[in-house]
Write a protein that binds this ligand. Structure first.
Ligand code: ATP
Length: 298
């Protein structure tokens, strides 16, 4: 009986953890209470990955076919480049990430990865190619190490160590009595938002997908946590094509391209310095945030 109970018990545990992982992803993408109607087309082929170039070509989208959310959005991300998407709340930044993951069908236009429209490839191969670092990762009730290993269960111990290192988690882990065996999650150690996000970064590193979506936390982090995340992000972005949904402009000044969305349209597009010179929406947001952070220090 015990012999039967143990595997069943483990199955129950695995099921609950997988449910939590899905909820985590759905939360990040804001998908709870929606019913995506997306499926593989009959002729769908696995995505033939080359180096992870991404193109949005005149993408328009609405959730309910009444209110347009994205309007004719076009941009290109070179393999390995980092694109930041900024704009006011409700501008359509997260919607753009949801569309790349193909949680919804476009109203018109195309999204391509390595020149293949994402609605012509299998969903499984598309989602395998993309790693997501959500704003607020839900941790499983297990050790820090297992939480990271979950990014790719077949990864070797060495690879997990490397991911921990790259995500700048080593000092944090060394400060804990039980190191990476420390239990986290609801029943374990309460970790800060910044530490959680670095655990999510380590998972994403381990997944080894060529494309990374990073959804920056909206809640203010102290400058030490922000710096630690920034360093971790730079490491991971260095060998991914990355799309960063950014709220604090100070974190994306090094992006190869910054897309400024306003009410679903690309208002401005360029590098930080170029956009400041244009003296438009981005420059305005920058000045405002600089004033706010000075006020917070004083
Ligand atoms: P924030 O910075 O606040 O996260 P955002 O720029 O990421 O905002 P989105 O989450 O993409 O904005 O939302 C764009 C618009 O789409 C908003 O007006 C929002 O209310 C609407 N919206 C988002 N999700 C849905 C949904 N599932 N169904 C209908 N409308 C939605």
């Amino acid at each position: 009986m015990i012999q039967l109970f143990l595997p069943l018990n483990f199955l129950g545990f695995a099921y609950r953890e997988i449910r939590r992982a899905l909820t985590d992803l759905e939360n990040m993408l804001g998908l709870l209470n929606t019913s995506p109607k997306v499926a593989d087309s009959e002729t769908a082929q696995p995505l033939a990955l080359k180096n992870g170039a991404i193109s949005f070509e005149n993408v328009s989208f609405s959730y309910d076919s009444k209110r347009p959310i994205l309007k004719n959005v076009s941009f290109h991300v070179n393999p390995g480049a980092k694109v930041a998407v900024v704009g006011a709340s409700g501008a359509g930044k997260s919607s753009l990430a949801r569309l790349l993951y193909r949680f919804y069908e476009l109203s018109s236009g195309a999204i391509k990865i390595d020149n293949q429209a994402i609605n012509t490839v299998t969903l499984a191969s598309l989602r395998e190619a993309i790693a997501i670092v959500p704003q607020d990762t839900v941790l499983f009730n297990t050790s820090i190490r297992e939480n990271i290993h979950y990014g790719r269960p077949s990864a070797s111990e060495d690879e997990v160590n490397k991911a921990i290192n790259m995500a700048h988690l080593t000092d944090f882990i060394n400060s804990l009595d039980k190191g990476d065996k420390t239990l986290v999650g609801e029943r374990g150690l309460k970790v800060s938002g910044g530490e959680k996000q670095r655990i999510a970064i380590a998972r994403a590193i381990l997944k080894q997908s060529p494309i990374l979506i990073f959804d920056e936390a909206t809640s203010a982090l102290d400058s030490q946590s922000e710096q630690a995340i920034l360093n971790a992000m730079r490491e991971v972005a260095s060998n991914h094509t990355s799309i960063v949904i950014a709220h604090r402009l100070s974190t994306i000044t090094d992006a190869d391209t910054i897309i400024v969305l306003k009410a679903g349209e690309v208002l401005e597009q360029g590098k930080h310095d170029e956009l400041l010179m244009q003296n438009g929406e981005y420059a305005h947001m920058w000045t405002l945030q600089q004033k706010q952070s000075k006020a917070a220090i004083n």
